[in-house]
Design a protein around this ligand. Structure first.
Ligand code: FAD
Length: 604
């Protein structure tokens, strides 16, 4: 036996993830004086939220007339009509006061001359139900996520909050423990990356805020920590994943590396050109051009490349032109972009265009929740909340984004879902007074986390394995990029399903060469790959079953949206035998108070 140290600890609330969503939740549970643990693979301010650039949407109307109902309309339309309309109303209505709260907490927004918060144009954001472009994204130059994350982190350090919030940085989530009899979630198991050993956190309420997971694609914008462990542990605990097929490809990733060039560049007047210097978005979205929603722009770019008008020796990318905005403007409003382009591809964008290509960016689907962040499952078509379990931020899916997220709606999503999950958990604990789930038995890890303990013992005691982990990683990324990208077709999706089965088989023969328990990065990569193999399977099975094109999911073989058969959410269940079962569940078409927006034919 590998002699693995096991520690147990009790909290009122455990939050897994210290990005914008996790920290927004911690502010609430701390304020409610609940003993809170925040577990994170990295120090909080290194979470991926830090790299968000463009901004956060709210109909503040600082630059031009604007109303939350216009924001709601754009979001419903952007979602290709499978966004849940109660959630969309809740978010868009609460957006302005959320921004003002962040402002009062010290977020250093960019300003216009009259001192109000600066707002920029972003894709899919319009005024008066599609009439003209809206300026709705509240920005801190092109470092908005950095500012949000630090503002929220600072908030948790205040004297009325910090005594209740303990950070467990460099702890890696392994498992969610659900009581086998009552089915009540009672603890999470984590690996202490610095010292080695298993740490079990018991709590009344558990909030998942583990962020995105597009590291399974060759070209992606995500941080190395975005590997889908939150989805993995929930799926393993029997919770379905909602809408996993909807992976957003952002149009402007830096060619060859994938790092993001914010849509804010196009919002400020930059535009895309093909090898002939043509502004090709005129063809695909004559009204809103380069500010069409991301799915439309990414497909437009991919189509130009397919038809031989791509740039470079391989004709495999597009150019983003912004030099006409002028050096002073670029350095004032988009300084981070200048730096990224210069550092990664040696382009001075005040003089030359930036080479770009669509890059995997964001997951619209996730752990299913209602508007209060409560994780739900379904009894037939009825949503049933799981008491004490919450999801917030990118890993969760209250379905604000449906089949396609509009730029700058995610930062809004995570600040509101985080806050709501924390607030609801505190209210639930205070009113329901649940019984603490601590089972108080000896050798608890053997009883409730035997699978994880067995796995760790095998990894530390077993052989190095006959398969190199790297081979699977490389193949997974290449083939997902090839078969599950902007355009999908039955043949490719089927092929990917076969490949994923092969990778799963191979993965059984992976072992560790490094047997150290102290900061063992090979061990972490092992769990990352384990998670991403499952994430890829959920995405691919769901993409195979959805025989239509909607939002980010575009099927060459079924190019039309099919509202008759697929105006519904996917619920992907992981079965005991490792297969994935797909069910379809109703979209919440009923807003809280506003009129329902019915599906319309697409016009861009
Ligand atoms: C480059 C880039 C630019 C973006 N720009 C914008 C923008 O301008 N506007 C906008 O609205 N949206 C933008 N987005 C999207 C948005 O930033 C993200 O969706 C959002 O920040 C996710 O926040 P989160 O709190 O859910 O997760 P994250 O900030 O990703 O945090 C996840 C947390 O979970 C922890 N975690 C993950 N796995 C584990 C594990 N196994 N064990 C323990 N802890 C774990 C991490 O340590 C981290 O603390 C951008 C995204 C990217 C990648």
């Amino acid at each position: 036996m590998a002699n693995i140290d096991v520690r147990l600890e009790e909290f009122d609330v455990v939050i897994v993830g210290a990005g914008g969503a996790g920290l927004a939740a911690a502010v609430q549970t701390g304020l409610a004086k609940l003993k809170t643990a925040v577990i994170s693979e990295v120090f909080p301010t290194r979470s991926h939220t830090v790299s968000a650039q463009g901004g956060i949407n709210a109909a503040l109307a600082n630059m031009d007339e604007d109303y939350w109902i216009w924001h709601m309309y754009d979001t419903v339309k952007g979602s290709d009509y499978i966004g849940d309309q109660d959630a969309i109303e809740f978010f868009t209505k609460n957006a302005p006061k959320t921004i003002i709260e962040l402002e009062h907490w010290g977020m250093p927004f960019s300003r216009i001359e009259n001192g109000k918060i600066y707002q920029r144009a972003f894709g899919g954001q319009t005024r008066n139900f599609g009439e003209s472009i809206a300026h709705r994204a509240c920005a801190v130059a092109d470092r908005s996520g950095h500012a949000i994350l630090h503002t929220l982190f600072e908030r948790t350090l205040r004297p009325d909050i910090s005594p209740y919030v303990s950070y467990y940085s460099e702890y890696y989530l392994l498992k969610l423990i659900v009581d086998p009899e009552t089915k009540k979630p009672m603890a999470v198991v984590a690996w202490d990356m610095v010292n080695g050993g298993v740490h079990i956190f018991f709590a009344y309420a558990i909030i998942f805020a583990t962020g995105g997971n597009t590291r399974n694609f060759r070209t992606n914008t995500n941080a190395h920590i975005n590997t889908g462990r939150g989805w993995y542990v929930c799926a393993k605990a029997g919770i379905p994943i909602k809408d996993p097929e909807f992976v957003q490809f952002h149009p402007t990733g830096i060619y060859g590396v994938g790092n993001l060039i914010t849509e804010g560049v196009r919002g400020e007047g930059g535009y895309l050109i093909n090898a002939n210097g043509e502004r090709f978005m005129k063809k695909y979205a004559p009204h809103v051009l380069d500010l069409a929603s991301r799915d439309v722009v990414s497909r437009g770019m991919a189509q130009e490349i397919r038809e031989g008008r791509g740039v470079g020796p391989k004709k495999d990318h597009i150019l983003l032109k912004l030099d006409h905005l002028g050096k002073d403007f670029i350095m004032d409003k988009l300084p981070g972009i200048w730096e990224l382009a210069y550092k990664f591809v040696g382009v001075d964008c005040t003089k030359d265009p930036i080479p770009v290509q669509p890059t995997a960016h964001y997951h619209m689907g996730g752990i299913p929740t209602n508007i209060h962040g409560q994780v739900v499952t379904w009894d037939g078509d009825k949503e049933v909340p799981i008491p004490g379990l919450y999801g917030a931020g990118e890993c969760a899916c209250p379905s604000l984004h449906g089949a396609n997220r509009l730029g700058c709606n995610s930062l809004l999503d995570l600040v509101i879902t985080g806050k709501e999950a924390g607030r609801h958990a505190a209210e639930w604990i205070a009113t329901e007074r649940p019984i603490f789930p601590y089972p108080a038995e000896d050798y608890i890890a053997d009883k409730y986390a035997k699978d994880v303990m067995d796995q760790l013992n095998t990894l530390f005691d077993g052989p190095a394995g006959s398969v190199k982990m790297d081979e699977i990683w490389e193949d997974l990324r290449d083939t997902m990029q090839h078969n599950m990208s902007v355009f999908r077709i039955e043949e490719g999706i089927k092929k990917q399903l076969e490949l994923l089965d092969q990778y799963e088989e191979k993965f059984k023969n992976v072992g560790l060469t490094d047997k150290s328990k102290v900061f063992n990065t090979e061990l972490i990569e092992y769990f990352d790959l384990e998670s991403l193999l499952l994430v890829s399977k959920l995405e691919t099975v769901a993409a195979y079953e959805r025989k239509e094109s909607r939002g980010a999911h575009y099927r060459d073989d079924y190019p039309e949206r099919d509202d008759k058969n697929y105006l519904s959410h996917t619920a992907a269940y992981l079965k005991e035998d490792g297969s994935v079962e797909i069910q379809y569940k109703p979209v919440r078409m009923k807003p809280l108070t506003a009129p329902t927006f019915q599906p319309k034919k697409r016009v861009y």
